[in-house]
Design a protein. Structure first.
Length: 277
């Protein structure tokens, strides 16, 4: 199913937010532990699979106004709503008035298509013969399907649609920014794990980007190379390297670091740009 072919009829959405439902779809998910986060599913037309995603809508939501949207992409092997559990994430969205959505990416290890349209390398001895041969393509399409659903059902400001991701989700962010460069107002990455060259940035050099990284993470050197390329390309960018930061806790357990993402998105729209660093 291509994004251009999506219609109300082919994307049916089911709601499963209550704690009593237990969220059998994804062990370890956070929907049931935070009543503000809603778990939903839709039918992926090409495969017939019910794919989950999570949403947060501010308590002040008013459909007569337009609202900014943040699409968050989780890390390798994590549940679809993992990012919703990051310290302060939902609280800051409530404060600043953001709608949040976290797609699954069809499969928790499919890399959002950033490693090609086929099946990316799998860990834990997973039997790849059971996976769709176009898994990477489906992972990318899942993100775009969910985005289309949200834009159809909520009053979203087209000038304030943001994308960010952590680790594998950072690689997905680079990929989707390059693939759909006219969609995003700004993007963010946290400890991204890209498998391609920093020259990928050329495809979305006009999009402001914030990059967050712990200096004790093994990915800090690749990050510095990507940030250097941002500078060479003249991209409007902010780079924050957290002293003593690891790969995960520097962002998922530190609301101070995560708040930088919101501060950045607060001042960036398609027609308004921040100062470069």
């Amino acid at each position: 199913m291509r994004i251009s072919n999506i219609s109300v009829a082919c994307l049916s959405v089911a709601f499963f937010a209550s704690a009593g439902m237990g969220l059998a779809q994804e062990p370890g998910s956070t929907v049931a532990s935070d009543s503000r986060v809603n778990g939903l599913t839709y039918k992926f037309e090409e495969t017939g699979v019910d794919v989950p995603y999570a949403m947060f809508v501010p308590s002040t939501y008013d459909a007569s106004k337009t609202w900014p949207l943040i699409v968050g992409l989780h890390g390798l092997g994590r549940p679809f709503d993992w990012i919703m559990s990051y310290e302060g994430y939902v609280d800051m969205a409530e404060t600043y008035g953001y709608i949040l959505v976290t797609p699954k990416g069809y499969h928790p290890r499919a890399w959002y298509g950033s490693r090609g349209p086929g099946i990316p390398p799998m860990r834990n001895g997973e039997d790849v013969s059971l996976l769709p041969p176009n898994l990477g393509e489906l992972a990318e399409q899942d993100v775009m399907n969910v985005l289309e659903i949200v834009r159809r059902e909520y009053s979203i400001d087209p000038n304030r649609i943001y994308l960010w991701g952590h680790s594998m989700g950072g690689a997905g962010t680079y990929h989707l920014a390059a693939k759909y460069p006219n969609l995003w107002a700004a993007v963010g990455v946290a400890a991204p794990a890209p498998s391609v060259s920093p020259y990928q940035l050329q495809a979305f050099r006009h999009i402001p980007i914030i990059a967050l990284q712990g200096d004790e993470d093994r990915l800090v050197l690749p990050m510095r190379r990507w940030v250097a390329m941002m500078g060479e390309l003249g991209m409007e960018h902010v780079y924050i390297e957290v002293k003593g930061g690891d790969h995960s806790r520097f962002i998922n357990s530190d609301s101070k670091t995560l708040s930088k993402l919101f501060y950045f998105f607060n001042v960036v729209t398609k027609d308004r740009r921040p100062e470069t660093n």
